[in-house]
Design a protein around this ligand. Structure first.
Ligand SMILES: Nc1nc2c(c(=O)[nH]1)N[C@H]1C(S)=C(S)[C@@H](COP(=O)(O)O)O[C@H]1N2
Ligand SMILES: [Mo]
Length: 215
């Protein structure tokens, strides 16, 4: 594991995944409920990561989008801001059983990005790479959700370093470990490639309404 990672915390969470901790076994109904099964509402915003919170100056931040796309690209922070900006409010759900309502995000929609890079027909999966070495995987379909943002602003303020600033992914329909903080690279691939937590017992798809905590 990379230097500075909280190895003990990772081992504990991996053991919880093996033991199926925190699973209630109930299915939720997003049509009628707001809180997915087994979750409790928090007003604060907990910080969870591997213990390495990279400091990336705005002048140094870059996002590379590559792999199976017709038009790979790299954005500087200024180039990200020069794209059409979208504001969206969504709830976030963490696998460690807390949910936080009404997070107001500003950023670039993944739909806009997809229109620019044009995934090849073979690009069914994505790997999100972060500046701390973290990775997580999503399907192209998950990534295409209209509330999925490459976000730089939260509740009107620049996203703080501890929560993934300058830029993180926000994919609110899935457990929060899919929302890569300190986003560095979006790689389009043909075959699914599980990421950091998916390789340690977390569910590959991570739908909180189906309580897909572990898989
Ligand atoms: N780059 C990176 N992104 C990450 C993580 C991480 O360790 N590194 N942890 C994930 C996990 S497990 C969670 S629960 C959320 C926590 O986001 P927050 O600290 O903003 O609440 O970030 C996710 N994204
Ligand atoms: Mo997490």
């Amino acid at each position: 594991m990379a230097e500075g990672y909280k190895d003990k915390l990772v081992a504990t969470k991996q053991a919880w995944a093996r033991a199926g901790r925190l699973v209630t076994g109930k299915a939720g109904d997003p049509e009628h409920d707001r809180l997915p099964p087994g979750q409790r509402l928090v007003e604060n915003w907990p910080v969870l990561d591997l213990g390495v919170q990279p400091a990336i100056a705005l002048a140094d931040w870059q996002l590379t989008v590559d792999g199976l796309v017709a038009n790979p690209l790299t954005w500087t922070y200024a180039e990200l801001l020069a794209q059409p900006q979208t504001e969206d409010t969504s709830d976030i759900h963490c696998v460690t059983q807390w949910s936080r309502y009404d997070n107001n995000w500003t950023g670039v929609t993944t739909q806009h990005l997809l229109n620019l890079v044009k995934p090849l027909p073979s690009a069914a999966h994505l790997v999100l790479h972060a500046y701390d070495g973290y990775t997580t995987n999503v399907t192209l379909e998950q990534f295409s959700d209209d509330d999925c943002l490459i976000a730089h602003t939260h509740d009107g303020a620049p996203l703080s370093r501890e929560h993934g600033g300058p830029v993180r992914l926000v994919i609110p329909r899935y457990y929060l470990w899919k929302s890569a903080k300190w986003l560095k690279r979006i790689e389009f691939v043909g075959a699914d490639r599980p990421g950091f937590w998916e390789n340690r017992g977390y569910h590959n798809f991570a739908d909180p309404w189906l309580e897909q905590r572990y898989g």
